[in-house]
Each structure stands twice: as C-alpha cells, then as structure tokens.
Design a binder for this molecule. Structure first.
Ligand code: ADP
Length: 309
C-alpha cells in the first residue's frame, strides 16, 4: 500500500489539485494495447471487483452505500454499488454520460421515488440512519441531505425567503432567528456582500452564478449532514464556475459534499476523493490524487486522461 491510499489523513488539500491532470502523451501505450478487464467484465455483465483504495475509516463515513441497485422499470441503472463517503470531504462521482452518477446521487435523498416503476435493492445510511428502511420520514431525510441541481432553481420570491424557506417549513417564526440564519447561510455561500442590501428583492433578478450560490445557501441553512451537487456548474460561465468551485472548497470545511461532474478538471480541482463509474457499476474509488496520478486500473487512467469513454 502506498502513502497515497492509506487513509483520509493522507488525502491532500485540494487547493493544490490543479497539478493532477497530466497532459496526454501520445507516445504512451496506445489504448488498444491495454486490456480493460474490469470494463470488459462489466460490458459482458459478469461479476467484477471494483478497486477500492483504503480511504474512508467507517467511523468517518457520513454516507454508507451497500450493494445498492436501482431499476427504472425493467432497465437496471445501478448494479450493487458500495461506497463509503467521508465526513468533511468533497467526493466526486465521475464516469461517461449515462453511467448512473445522477441516479446514484438522486437515490441518496430519494428523489427517484417520484419516478414510476423505480425499484431499489441494497441499503443506504446517512449518519447511521437508514434511507430506504421502513418508516423513513422522507421530508426529514431531505432536511439532512441538501441538494443543488444543474440549473439554478430559485423560488420566485425574495432572496431572504429563498434562504429561510427550510426554516419556515420547520415552523421557525422569530424574525431575528431567521435574519441571523439567512446572513450566516449567505456568508457561507459567499453571497452576503453582493445581496445584503437587497434581501427583499426577487431572487430572479440575480445572475446565474449568484442564483446557484443562493441555492447552495438555501441547501445549507438547515445544516445538512450531506450536500449533494448535481453538475452545479454546467449552466454557468467560466467565471461563475470558478466561484462555485472555490465555494465548494470553502464549504467543505463544514459540510460533506458529494458532487456529480462530467468535467475531469473540475473533479481534480474540487474533490478529495473520486469514484469512477461505468454502466451503473463502481469501477475505482480512491483519493483524487491517486485516481488522477496512480490509479490501479488502466481504464481509470485512460478515462481521466481522456483516452477512453
Ligand atoms: P449520468 O448521470 O451518469 O449521465 P443517469 O443516472 O442520468 O447517468 O442515467 C443512468 C441510466 O439510467 C441511463 O441509462 C439513463 O438513460 C437511465 N435513466 C435515467 N433517468 C431515467 C428515467 N427517469 N427513466 C428511465 N431511465 C432513466
């Protein structure tokens, strides 16, 4: 075992992750010369063993996914995925389009329940509490698991009401409590200075990047155990994207983040751990530095360097 794959303490601060992406050297072994044994097994629907680096001590796990499968009617989108997500870290889900990243993310706060014909098997726990067990209160689950989507989706109300929405649902009435919570969430979302003088104005007047930071403020106001981000920058320009990426690094000091991204540079920049998925299966999971620099599988190496997938 190398020092890179021992434990979470060895995971590097991601501010330095910019160096992770190697330029493609076309003189390296050609892709067709490499055997993708795991990918071949997956394509042939044979059992495969994902490569899991030892990165998460189970007592540091916020989200525990055990042999989780999901079907959209007859079509199986997730196949026995097992993953432990570390507390206070950013974990990226990567893989080719259609490999099940969003399905897995949406399963964590049971958004897939809303789709007819969805069936699941296996288990998930957030902070030790079952996600799919009998009698789970889905409203309560969604309080503990915040989510931000690809397209910013502020409510057509004021900035203030957007941020405190969750607290109002909980019955918080005290104006000073709501004001303090609003300020704290907006500061955490790096938006306070830009909007503090217009909290009563419509959120719809904000720029796309500001709206997405508002959605992050709305998601963290109730102090979730886990924050799910589904390609949060895909509708944003490069400057707004950079601000959100900085924000993700910043909020990971207080929150655990699970992010879906199709952008390798983004995964390398913002995450501490990376899980590579293919056709609904987990292929390799480890510290981002290891996944990008010394992955165990040739398919992972070729995927993150753009030579496969
Ligand atoms: P990714 O996020 O990696 O692009 P998705 O999770 O969106 O992948 O999709 C995984 C698989 O599930 C794909 O084959 C996709 O077509 C299928 N899928 C996604 N959403 C639905 C749905 N609502 N109904 C049926 N199939 C779906």
């Amino acid at each position: 075992m190398t020092s890179l794959d021992t434990n979470k303490a060895s995971m590097p601060p991601s501010q330095s992750n910019q160096v992770l992406l190697r330029p493609i050297d076309m003189t390296e072994r050609a892709p067709q010369a490499r055997r993708y044994e795991v990918i071949e097994a997956i394509r042939a629907n044979r059992e495969h063993t994902p490569s899991i680096h030892q990165i998460v001590d189970p007592k540091d796990s916020v989200l525990s996914i055990r042999s989780f499968s999901l079907w959209y009617s007859k079509s199986q989108a997730l196949h026995k995925v097992s993953l432990e997500i570390a507390r206070g870290r950013v974990t990226a889900l990567i893989g080719p389009s259609g490999c099940g990243k969003s399905t897995l993310l949406r399963s964590v706060n049971r958004l897939n329940d809303l789709i007819d014909g969805v069936r699941v098997d296996g288990s998930m726990n957030v902070s030790g509490q079952s996600v799919y067990g009998p009698g789970v209160d889905v409203i309560d689950l969604r309080k503990r698991v915040g989510m931000v989507f690809q397209k910013p989706n502020p409510f057509p109300t004021s900035i203030f009401e957007n941020v405190v929405y969750r607290l109002r649902i909980d019955g918080v009435r005290s104006r000073s409590t709501l004001r303090d919570a609003c300020e704290s969430a907006l500061r955490s979302a790096a938006l306070w200075d830009e909007v503090k003088d217009r909290l009563d104005q419509s959120a719809m007047g904000l720029s796309g990047g500001q709206q997405q930071r508002l959605c992050i403020a709305r998601a963290i106001v109730a102090d979730p155990a886990l924050l799910l981000l589904d390609e949060p920058c895909s509708a944003l320009d490069p400057i707004a994207t950079l601000r959100i990426e900085e924000l993700i690094r910043e909020i990971s000091r207080r929150y655990t983040v699970l992010i879906v991204t199709h952008n390798m540079q983004q995964a390398a920049r913002v995450s501490d751990a990376t899980a590579f998925m293919y056709l609904g299966r987990l292929v390799e999971y480890g510290p981002t530095r290891a996944i990008f620099q010394v992955p165990k599988l040739p398919e992972t190496e070729d995927y993150v360097s753009g030579r496969f997938g």
